[in-house]
Design a protein around this ligand. Structure first.
Ligand SMILES: *Cc1c(COP(=O)(O)O)cnc(C)c1O
Length: 441
């Protein structure tokens, strides 16, 4: 397998001195964002021209580095499709939403999404190095006026301080690594002062859009705030250049574990062979594939969507066929705000009271004989301090024996059938008599 390629420069950049090309500030200030400039690098299609000339389209910006990865004559280049708008972007589709994950509804303070028990998503900027056309946060991303101010950072930090069950803060945006270095460092140090924050994570596409931003100086700064984890966002093997490899190497050497989150995109990476090459190239640069997301129901992303079956087919072609380290989890982020839901092929075919029937990645079918003498009392006892989430109900309450059912809204009224209270109806009949006792709480 060949080493990652050294990225070429588009011909218009041939005379840019190396000090400039390798300076992230130069890359940022020379981003391309209109039809004339982009037309000097790529042979634009009518659809792309039309989109680029439409008022109010989701912000366009591409770094000279990233646009140089595109084959200028290939309208279907997978890097191009991620970053250059097409007219299909303006088409609406069934179930399309502005904020399909209902993030703003789950934000106790602006830019802080608290959806899961023990971790929060902290949006720290609306700016990115370049703008992905399928952005799940296009409702705010790219808009400098929507960005977060100092007062809002204070509200975010204050919320985290007074919410002790939060042990993990995920910085995202926008892209935290385009923040002014001083502001980023201030946020990291403020978070590190909070005793219950165990890990800090950053989600960033800067290493992909602008690997020159990942300087040794930046890595040294980040390393002061360990344990710190970083997820990058690579969708195709074409993005894994020598420059990205070197940036990833600097980050890993600074002790930062790297993961990758990709989005399943029609015409870009919706092919098991592309996905396999992608994950292999990622583990070679010591980036662990973390999630493969189903494309969200967000405005502008309709033409990127695939059926979920495509994702299952891809997972079928990864699990077992390659290193477990190279297999991401395929995730549908629940519309309306339910959070990430893993989806995969079925490996459990059947079961009886003492065995389960499984199939492997090849279709080999096996019986796993289960113990018949296992009792709940045999489970290991936990001696540490438990940190249950206050108020968590749902499946946890069913498993803990606190509840015996979850009812859809209006269930009791519907099933009452406008009846009367009569001699056989007594609330006490439907209260659990014997559950809850034996479960280890
Ligand atoms: C994705 C996400 C997280 C992090 O989820 P993990 O599965 O722990 O990586 C946290 N909060 C929100 C709101 C998210 O969308």
């Amino acid at each position: 397998m060949p080493e990652p390629f050294v990225s070429k420069r588009a011909p218009i950049y041939a005379d840019v001195p190396a000090e400039k090309w390798n300076d992230w500030r130069w890359q940022l200030s020379n981003r391309l964002n209109n039809v004339d400039d982009i037309g000097k690098v790529l042979n634009l299609t009518d659809s792309e021209r039309q989109a680029l000339q439409t008022q109010g389209i989701f912000r366009v910006d591409v770094t000279p580095y990233f646009i140089s990865l595109i084959d200028p004559d290939d309208a279907d280049d997978p890097v191009r499709r991620q970053i250059i708008p097409r007219s299909e972007e303006l088409q609406s589709f069934t179930a399309m939403m502005e904020d399909s994950l209902a993030e703003d509804k789950h934000s106790p303070v602006p830019g802080l999404v608290h959806r899961y028990p023990d971790r929060v998503l902290m949006l720290v900027t609306t700016q990115c190095a370049s703008y992905c056309r399928y952005c799940t946060r296009s409702r705010i991303v790219g808009n400098p006026a929507a960005t977060f101010n100092r007062q809002e950072f204070e509200m975010q930090i204050d919320y985290i301080k007074r919410t002790p069950q939060v042990r993990d803060v995920l910085l995202s945006g926008g892209d935290p690594l385009v923040l002014a270095p001083k502001i980023l460092e201030e946020l990291l140090s403020r978070l590190r002062e909070i005793p219950h924050i165990e890990i800090i994570r950053i989600g960033s596409r800067v290493p992909v859009f602008m690997p020159m931003r990942v300087t040794q100086e930046l890595c040294d700064m980040l390393a002061k705030y360990h344990p710190l984890w970083l997820n990058i966002h690579v969708n195709t093997p074409n993005e894994i250049s020598l420059e990205l490899q070197q940036a990833a190497d600097r980050l890993t050497r600074a002790g930062i574990p790297l993961g990758n989150q990709s989005v399943l995109l029609a015409g870009v990476n919706d092919n098991v062979h592309i996905q396999r090459e992608l994950v292999h190239k990622l583990v070679r640069i010591r980036v662990r594939p973390y999630y493969l997301y189903q494309c969200d129901l967000v405005e502008g992303a309709g033409h990127f969507r695939t059926p979920v079956a495509k994702g299952i087919e891809i997972m079928e072609g990864l699990r077992g066929h390659t290193s477990g380290y190279a297999v991401p989890q395929y995730i549908v982020d629940a519309p309306g705000g339910g959070g990430k839901i893993p989806v995969m092929p079925n490996y459990l075919l059947s079961m009886s009271d003492h065995k389960i029937i499984l199939r492997n990645y090849e279709g080999y079918v096996t019986a796993y004989e289960e113990p018949t003498d296992y009792t709940p009392a045999m489970a290991a006892k936990y001696k540490g301090a438990k940190r249950p989430e206050p108020g968590q109900k749902g499946l946890t309450a069913l498993l803990d024996g606190e509840e015996m059912f979850i009812k859809p809204e209006g269930f009791d009224e519907l099933h009452d059938r406008h009846g009367v209270q009569h001699r056989l109806k007594d609330e006490g009949k439907w209260k659990p008599l014997g559950i809850g006792g034996e479960s280890e709480k």
